[in-house]
Design a binder for this molecule. Structure first.
Ligand SMILES: [Zn+2]
Length: 60
């Protein structure tokens, strides 16, 4: 993952989990810009059957 400002390398400062999403705090080692990236599954893209299984797991 490169810095959106200068394109330099970034390092991960911390990871925060939010359900199925993972938020990563990052800092650019070149210009010291800090930003957050998010990755995860968009459950609206699952078919209804899988979505039901997903909610079952999350609600427990
Ligand atoms: Zn940068």
């Amino acid at each position: 993952m490169n810095c959106p400002i200068c394109g330099g390398r970034t390092r991960v400062l911390g990871v925060h989990h939010e359900g199925l999403r993972t938020n990563r705090r990052r800092e650019c080692v070149e210009c010291l810009t800090r930003f957050t990236t998010r990755e995860g599954i968009d459950i609206t893209s699952l078919d209804p059957h899988l979505r039901k299984m997903f909610w079952k797991r999350v609600m427990v």
